[in-house]
Ligand binder design. Structure first.
Ligand code: MAN
Length: 355
């Protein structure tokens, strides 16, 4: 076991108390899993802000949006036998699942990559329409030909899928709709075409037969996706035995596309590892981490809303230096640096278990 991360000594960089709620009466419960990008020379985070109404003893309440984007609060007696509160992230009532919090995306900006503030006149990105009534989450930002492409999780009673919005100026957004239908999430776009095609990593779930695996798809236009192939399954007995999912855009290196991904056990311990994919034929897995390259070791990664979680979907590359921004314990935003050469050197020379 070797954790390769140099954590920022300023961690956590952001916590719920640093962010004002989107509307009065709500409280920010957690900050999670930011997308990251450079724009006008500064570093920006697109943070997932999870909110719920202030909780009253004996009652359990949570927000949803209606299809017109209006906020509604559902409220129950906490001792109602039809209520299942065993997972802090999900509420089950009479067999129907909801989320305990409603997430939207908030822009934050920094001159030094450490001290992040909300920009003046910053407008939050909210869920909209009938596929986002339980919110939007975990946005990846890929810059393709000068356009920022936002791939994020859309959650509603229809299921969990991947949405795409695009922008060039962070003021005007085109809503391209759902590009991967339920159940799917963790979609990372490659930032350049390969052989004339766009490529995406994505994570469909097939729990009855199969599992939570990383897949690859190709597209002529970023909207229509096909030629799906399974790249990486979860591995029994490993740190990524229950689920795996892509992080941010794959990084081009001389040895192949380097993808930082998350893996979890069935106890929900989330670590990071790496996949190396062939540059020309990205469906060919060259190598995969045997052990995590980063695992929840710091106190702020072990304790929180949902402890023992490191989850990244945003990074910056500067030569050999990779700066990962990540959600820790589903509560706070942190950052760490790694050497790309160091990650590559940690990978086994021969391919390991792949699909
Ligand atoms: C899922 C997603 C993430 C979250 C992890 C850990 O993979 O909902 O947003 O961080 O679980 O709870």
């Amino acid at each position: 076991m070797k954790d390769l991360a140099r954590r920022f000594r300023e961690n956590p960089l952001l916590k719920p108390a640093d962010i004002r709620p989107s509307v009065d009466g709500m409280e920010v419960t957690c900050l999670l899993n930011p997308g990251v990008f450079k724009y006008n020379g500064r570093t920006w985070l697109l943070v997932r802000v999870a909110e719920r109404p202030k909780q009253v003893p004996g009652r359990t309440s949570f927000p949803i949006l209606n299809a017109d984007g209006k906020l509604e609060v559902l409220e129950f007696n906490s001792d109602d036998p039809r209520l299942d509160l065993t997972d802090p992230r999900v509420i089950s009532f009479d067999g129907k699942d909801y989320l305990t919090t409603l997430s939207h995306l908030r822009l934050l900006v920094s001159n030094d990559g450490v001290d992040f503030r909300e920009p003046e006149h910053g407008v939050p990105l909210m869920g909209s329409g009938e596929l986002e009534t339980y919110g939007i989450e975990d946005c990846r930002v890929a810059k393709i030909d000068g356009t920022y492409c936002l791939t994020y999780t859309e959650v509603s009673s229809n299921g969990v899928g991947v949405g795409l919005r695009t922008t060039r100026d962070w003021k005007n957004f085109a809503h391209e709709g759902m590009i991967f239908p339920p159940h799917n999430k963790d979609c990372a776009l490659f930032e350049e075409k390969i052989g004339g095609k766009y490529y995406a990593l994505h994570r469909p779930s097939s729990p009855e037969l199969g599992g939570n695996y990383i897949w690859l798809a190709e597209s002529p236009d970023l909207i229509h996706w096909g030629r799906h192939r399974c790249l990486a399954q979860s591995r029994e007995g490993y740190w990524d035995s229950a689920r795996v999912g892509a992080g941010a855009a794959p990084i081009r290196t001389a040895e192949g596309w380097l993808e930082i991904y998350h893996g979890a056990t069935k106890e929900n311990r989330y670590c990071l590892g790496a996949l190396l994919l062939d540059l020309e034929e990205p469906w060919r897995v060259i190598a995969r981490s045997e052990n995590p390259i980063m695992e929840p070791l710091a106190p702020y990664e072990q304790e929180g809303f949902f402890g023992h979680v490191i989850f990244t979907n945003g990074h910056l590359v500067d030569g050999d230096n990779l700066t990962l921004y990540y959600g820790a314990a589903d509560s706070v935003i942190c950052a760490a640096q790694m050497s790309i050469a160091g990650i590559l050197a940690s990978l086994p020379l021969t391919p390991t278990v792949t699909a």
